[in-house]
Design a protein. Structure first.
Length: 466
C-alpha cells in the first residue's frame, strides 16, 4: 500500500527528502495521541463553523469539510480508521484522511489554525472529559465510605499515633476521615477544570492570525468559558496539565494511605478486617495465604502517578515561549496518570463495599497500650481542678505502675490509684473503659457515636446520598 506521505505533504515545499525512519519513529506521537481523535474532530468542526460564519470559508466548503469529519468520526468509532506513523500524529492523520474523502478543499480546514493551538485545544477537551469521569468516581468512593461508616458507628477500634495505640475511636470515625480527604480531592479536580476551561483555538502558531476569526464563537461551540487572552500563553502553557497531575498525585496519596491501612488491618497480627476472594489473591506455594494485592497495587500505583507529575515538571521547567517539540511529551504522563487513578478509584470503591470489620478483635485491641490514660488525666482536671500537666504526671506514674504489674489501668486497685493521687475513688475507674472514652469525645468532629452520626448526616446531605 502506498504511504499517505507520498500523497499528502505535511511540510509543503520546504523539504525535498523524506524523514529518516529512526527520526520518524522518535517524532511520531500517533502511538499515544490517538486518544485525542474524537476531540480533534470536535475542535475541527467548531473551527470550520467559525470560518464559515466569518466568511473565510464558503458554505459549501464548510459543509463538505463537516460531512467529511463526520465520516472520519464514524470510522474511528467503528474501528475502521487506520492511522499512519508517517503522518506523525492524530491531527495530520485526520486531515490526510479528510483530503482522501473530499479532495483539496480539506486543506482549507487549517486556515487560521496551527497544530500548536489545535493540539492545546484537543488536550484541554480530553482532560476536561477525564476530570468529569474522575470526579464521579471519587463521589462513588465517598458514598461507599459513608455507607460503611453507617454500619460501624458503634464499632470501637484503636486510634493510632506513630502506629502505636493512642486513644479508642470508632471505625466509622476513621473511615469518615478519608471522606473528608476525598472530598477535597474532588474539589481540587473541579477547580482544575475551571482553570483549564479556556479555549486556545485562535492562537495559531503563537502570534494569532491576520484572518478575521471569532475565537469567542469557537469557545462557545466547545463549551469553554472563554477564549484565552494571550496567544503565546494559549499554545505554550501546560499548567492545566500540571495542576491535573498534582491533584491526581494528592488523590493517589490518599488512596495509598488507606491501602496501607487495609494491608495492615488484614494481617493476622491485627485481624481488624476481612476481604473476600474478590479483592485478594493466593500464593503459588503457600496454600493458606490470602494476600491483599488490590490494596498493595493501589499503594504502588501512587509512585507511578507521582512520577508523571515529576516528568512533566521536568519537561516544562526550561522551555522558552512559545512552542517547543518537548511539549509532545506532555500527553503520555497525563494519559497514564488519568488511566491509573480511574482504575484504582474503582478498585478501592469495590474493596470498601467488600470489607467486613472484625468487631470484637478491634475492640479488644483498643484496650491495649493504656489507651484511656488521657481520659483519666482529663478526669483529674475536671473533678479536682488540677493543672493538666500535673494530671499528666500522675497518670504517667500510674501507667508505669501498671507496666510493672503487667496489667491494664482499669485492673489497678483502688489503693494503687490513691497512691497516685490520694483523692481518687472508685468513680475514677469508670473513666477507664473504652466505651466510656469513645462516648465522651462528643466535640465537633469527635469520635463519639453522636458526633459520628452528625458527620454521616452532613455527608449524606452534601453528597445527596441515602
Amino acid at each position: 500500500m502506498v504511504e499517505v506521505k507520498d500523497k499528502y505533504n505535511i511540510w509543503g515545499g520546504r523539504f525535498k527528502n523524506q524523514t529518516d525512519e529512526i527520526m520518524e519513529n522518535l517524532n511520531a506521537s500517533i502511538f499515544f495521541d490517538y486518544k485525542l481523535a474524537k476531540f480533534d474532530i470536535e475542535g475541527s468542526k467548531a473551527h470550520t463553523k467559525m470560518l464559515a460564519k466569518q466568511q473565510i470559508l464558503k458554505e459549501e466548503e464548510a459543509k463538505s469539510i463537516l460531512d467529511g469529519l463526520d465520516t472520519i468520526l464514524s470510522e474511528i468509532e467503528t474501528g475502521n480508521f487506520e492511522p499512519k506513523v508517517s503522518l506523525e500524529d492524530i491531527h495530520m492523520n485526520i486531515e490526510a484522511r479528510l483530503a482522501e474523502l473530499i479532495g483539496p478543499v480539506a486543506g482549507k480546514l487549517h486556515t487560521a489554525r496551527s497544530r500548536n493551538d489545535q493540539v492545546a485545544t484537543d488536550f484541554r477537551l480530553w482532560l476536561r472529559d477525564r476530570i468529569d469521569a474522575i470526579v464521579d468516581l471519587i463521589y462513588e468512593l465517598e458514598v461507599a465510605l459513608v455507607m460503611k461508616s453507617s454500619e460501624n458507628i458503634h464499632t470501637i477500634m484503636p486510634g493510632f499515633t506513630h502506629l502505636q495505640c493512642a486513644q479508642p475511636i470508632t471505625f466509622a470515625h476513621h473511615l469518615l476521615a478519608y471522606v473528608s480527604m476525598l472530598d477535597r480531592d474532588r474539589e481540587r479536580y473541579m477547580d482544575t477544570r475551571k482553570r483549564l476551561n479556556e479555549s486556545p483555538l485562535g492562537a495559531a502558531a503563537l502570534a494569532g492570525t491576520s484572518f478575521p476569526i471569532d475565537p469567542d464563537f469557537t469557545a462557545r461551540e466547545l463549551s469553554f468559558s472563554r477564549a484565552m487572552m494571550n496567544s503565546l500563553d494559549g499554545v505554550s502553557s501546560r499548567d492545566f496539565a500540571l495542576e491535573f497531575l498534582s491533584s491526581t498525585a494528592i488523590c493517589a496519596t490518599h488512596l495509598s494511605r488507606l491501602s496501607e491501612e487495609i494491608v495492615i488491618w488484614t494481617t493476622s497480627q491485627f485481624d481488624f478486617v476481612k476481604l473476600s476472594d474478590k479483592f485478594t489473591t493466593g500464593s503459588s506455594i503457600m496454600p493458606q495465604k490470602r494476600n491483599p494485592d488490590a490494596a498493595e497495587l493501589i499503594r504502588a500505583k501512587t509512585g507511578r502517578v507521582n512520577g508523571a507529575l515529576i516528568t512533566l515538571l521536568t519537561v516544562i521547567k526550561g522551555l522558552p515561549l512559545a512552542y517547543s517539540k518537548d511539549l509532545q511529551e506532555d500527553k503520555e504522563p497525563v494519559f497514564d496518570a488519568a488511566e491509573t487513578i480511574e482504575i484504582v478509584l474503582k478498585v478501592m470503591t469495590g474493596m470498601i463495599h467488600d470489607l467486613k470489620a472484625n468487631v470484637e478483635t478491634m475492640k479488644k485491641s483498643s484496650e491495649l497500650g493504656f489507651s484511656t490514660a488521657t481520659d483519666l488525666a482529663d478526669f483529674l482536671v475536671r473533678e479536682y481542678n488540677l493543672p493538666f500537666r500535673e494530671a499528666h504526671k500522675i497518670v504517667g506514674e500510674l501507667v508505669l505502675l501498671a507496666e510493672e504489674k503487667s496489667c491494664t489501668l482499669k485492673d489497678l486497685t483502688l489503693e494503687d490509684l490513691k497512691g497516685g493521687y490520694n483523692d481518687l475513688g472508685i468513680e475514677a475507674l469508670n473513666t477507664l473503659s473504652v466505651e466510656g472514652s469513645v462516648q465522651s469525645r462528643n466535640s465537633k468532629g469527635g469520635t463519639s457515636p453522636e458526633s459520628v452520626k452528625r458527620q454521616i448526616q452532613y455527608w449524606r446531605e452534601t453528597l445527596k446520598c441515602a
